[in-house]
Design a protein around this ligand. Structure first.
Ligand SMILES: Cc1cc2nc3c(=O)[nH]c(=O)nc-3n(C[C@H](O)[C@H](O)[C@H](O)COP(=O)(O)OP(=O)(O)OC[C@H]3O[C@@H](n4cnc5c(N)ncnc54)[C@H](O)[C@@H]3O)c2cc1C
Ligand code: FES
Length: 311
């Protein structure tokens, strides 16, 4: 493995050169601009390292410096997990970390992979030197909160993945940040040290009570909401749909802005196949469909129609 390390990025610029597209929302006449901070790249990336975290989870480090340099917090890549036809389609993954060399230059990305089926099993079994086609960065990134607002990140399981890059961006803005992170058991709370290094406060919960609060992540979240001071809070959530919905409902009840990162099934990641549509309400209150790969994956929680949302 090359001599690379994860180093905090200083002065993250979320206003990087952008490309303005006009993407239909599926409603024919309804179009609105969709921004990719950079044109996506398709690279053949070698596996630099693999780290097994548990039976189901591993971290892959991929030699993709151009994607690493272009990525904004919350963006994702589409990975071809097989050279053959099984699976035929690429699979979407959040960019977990930007790995930098000794001079701080982005050199690689990591992926936090949870094995659930054929594609993620291939990534779970990958070895150093294997190569994967990686397309990205894709999708709408998070909007990092700036002081005096606080940022509360709410992650469930593999929903931690888009938050390491967001925590970096928040740290560079000097935003006070708390990570609410829930899992089934202590052994499935991964890489909390990344966040601690960035000065992020941790509020943990496990379903079996082996670390942090016993129960769902809403236990510490509700406690924090009840004790909240005058500072405005911006919420961010990624994880199982019921968890994101619960966070969105609390945000609405407390009048707080909330962004969620959706993990819909995706066929292309580029707006071409409509496999990823979700319903949102426009200004007129009428629901219509948008493609979560280009209008998301990060979306305003208040705009989403949660009924019928998959995953
Ligand atoms: C924007 C985005 C970012 C993502 N980031 C990550 C990440 O960082 N790490 C990670 O491990 N996964 C992530 N996912 C989910 C990941 O893409 C899916 O788990 C993967 O596509 C499943 O592929 P598979 O071939 O292993 O499973 P398949 O063999 O296709 O399916 C196996 C089972 O998994 C279920 N499944 C398929 N897709 C999803 C999904 N999106 N969510 C939940 N269950 C699913 C299927 O319904 C089926 O039951 C992300 C998804 C999106 C849309
Ligand atoms: S994944 Fe193809 S349109 Fe969204």
């Amino acid at each position: 493995m090359r001599n690379l390390s994860i180093q905090p990025k200083v002065g993250h610029d979320t206003r990087a050169p952008s490309i303005l597209l006009h993407a239909g929302t599926g409603g024919g006449h309804r179009t609105r601009p969709v921004y990719w901070p950079h044109m996506p790249l398709d690279v053949g990336a070698a596996v630099i390292a693999t780290t097994r975290l548990s039976g189901d989870y591993n971290i892959l480090t991929l030699d993709a410096p151009a994607i690493a340099a272009a990525a904004a917090p919350g963006q994702f890549v589409m990975i071809r997990t097989s050279a053959g036809s099984d699976p035929l389609l690429r699979r979407p993954f959040s960019i977990f970390e930007i790995v930098r060399d000794a001079r701080g230059t982005p050199a690689a990305i990591t992926i936090l992979n949870k094995r659930v089926g054929v594609g993620t099993s291939r990534l779970a079994c990958a070895r150093e030197g294997d190569r994967f086609d990686v397309l990205g960065p894709l999708g709408r990134p998070f909007t990092p909160a700036a002081p005096p607002a606080e940022a509360w990140l709410v992650a469930g399981g593999v929903g931690l993945a888009p938050f390491a890059t967001l925590a970096e961006a928040l740290a560079s803005l000097g935003t006070s940040t708390t990570l609410f992170y829930g899992a089934r058991r202590a052994g499935e709370l991964f890489r909390t040290e990344i966040f601690e290094r960035l000065g992020v406060r941790l509020a943990l919960a496990t379903e079996d009570g082996s670390r942090g609060d016993r129960g769902l992540i809403t236990v510490p979240l509700d406690r924090a909401l009840a004790a909240r001071g005058a500072a405005p809070v911006r919420l961010y959530a990624c994880g199982p749909t019921p968890m994101m919905r619960a966070v969105a409902e609390r945000a609405a009840a407390h009048g707080l802005a909330c962004e969620v990162s959706l993990e819909q099934t995706m066929g292309c990641g580029l707006g071409g196949c409509y496999s990823c549509v979700v319903r949102v309400r426009g200004a007129d209150g009428a629901p219509h469909y948008v493609r979560s790969c280009i209008n998301g994956p990060v979306m305003d929680a208040a705009s989403l129609v949660w009924e019928g949302l998959g995953h």
